[in-house]
Design a protein around this ligand. Structure first.
Ligand code: FES
Ligand SMILES: [Fe+2]
Length: 339
């Protein structure tokens, strides 16, 4: 009996309610090629439509829980140095990262009574204090911290960022990961709007991927602007979780993958691309801030969670590899464009 016969037999005998399914071993090179579907013009058109949507000049700064009340968090957004921390009530505060006196890095300041105290000469800055220092508009959605930079965004400002719909907080579990690449936000978005690369480029994570529908190039209504995919997530050798998922862009720097059917339905993976500015080599840096908000409301989730200690190291390795490979794709896209 061949391995695939055994796999097929196992699949037929598998309890139907279990979220994990046996995954017969397949030959990577024997998969159906997907390049004919992944038309460059179609992907570019989807990226352009995303870029035309309003962001209201909001940028994801970091994971909410990265910003604390006992020390400042420093980064740069679109070339502007930004510092953030929490006030005495836990409220998010952000503003320019250079001290208004002589430019000391406020990311290294001390937090005292909800304000920042500069280490060079003791100037205190925060909402309502610190001559020459103005806080920036901020938004904390509970998973991510956002900052509004009107000069960098150049759009009509919006009161609040466009935050994707998420599972309810009580039922969901969230995690946020950040990594940085040499590319622009559009390169990150373009990578996520090419679902066809999934089981070719990431065979260790995805198998049996088929793109069930993709938007056209012209006259696409907002509601139809999504890619629908059927895919099996490989969670361990020989085991996978089949799901249906859709990808869409609610704003120019966000791609949302929502699981619509199968284990974890309702869960979302949000990929946010935040331009950091240029590196010392003059090339752009973009942070990929990826939030996974998993819905744990379904009973099957408990089974997956019970197995999590065993699966987690495998999944962590797979996820780290996914990020590395997707960033390499985005960086390559930038490199080819900038040559
Ligand atoms: S540089 Fe900050 S107080 Fe002087
Ligand atoms: Fe990918």
């Amino acid at each position: 009996m061949s391995t695939s016969d055994a796999g097929g037999r196992l699949a037929r005998r598998w309890p139907p309610g279990w979220p994990l399914r046996p995954l017969p071993r397949g030959q990577w090179a024997a998969q159906q090629p997907t390049y004919a579907g992944a038309r460059p013009a179609l992907i570019d058109a989807a990226v352009k439509r995303a870029q035309a949507r309003p962001s209201g000049n909001w940028f994801v700064l970091a994971a909410s829980r990265e910003i604390r009340g006992d020390r400042p968090f420093g980064t740069s957004v679109a070339g502007a140095e930004v510092v953030a921390w929490r006030d005495t009530e836990g409220g998010l505060v952000a503003g320019p990262g250079a001290c208004p006196h002589l430019g000391a890095p406020m990311a290294l300041a001390a937090v005292d009574c909800g304000a920042l105290v500069c280490r060079w000469h003791g100037l205190r800055v925060g909402p309502g204090v610190g001559a020459g220092w103005q806080p920036l508009p901020v938004h904390d959605d509970g998973v991510l911290a956002w900052v509004r930079l009107d000069a960098a965004g150049g759009e009509e400002p919006l009161e609040a960022p466009v935050v994707p719909a998420r599972p309810r907080r009580e039922s969901g579990v969230d995690s946020v990961a950040t990594l940085t690449g040499v590319c622009e936000p559009a390169d990150i978005v373009a990578n996520r709007l090419d679902p066809w690369h999934g089981s070719w480029f990431h065979p260790y994570s995805f198998s049996r991927l088929s793109v069930l529908s993709a938007p056209g190039e012209v006259d696409v209504a907002d509601d139809d602007d999504r890619f629908v995919v059927a895919v099996t997530f490989r969670v361990a050798p020989g085991l996978g979780v089949p799901v249906r998922a859709e990808f869409s862009c609610p704003e120019p720097r966000t791609v949302v993958m929502r699981i619509t059917d199968g284990e974890g339905a309702g869960s979302v993976v949000e990929t946010h691309a935040t331009p950091r500015g240029r590196g010392t080599d003059g090339r752009p840096r973009t942070a990929v801030i990826e939030a996974v908000v998993a819905d744990s409301g379904r009973p099957g989730f408990a089974v997956a969670r019970a197995m999590a200690p065993a699966l987690r190291p495998v999944m962590r390795r797979a996820v780290a590899r996914l990020w590395r490979d997707d960033l390499a794709y985005a960086e390559r896209r930038y490199q080819l464009r900038s040559m």
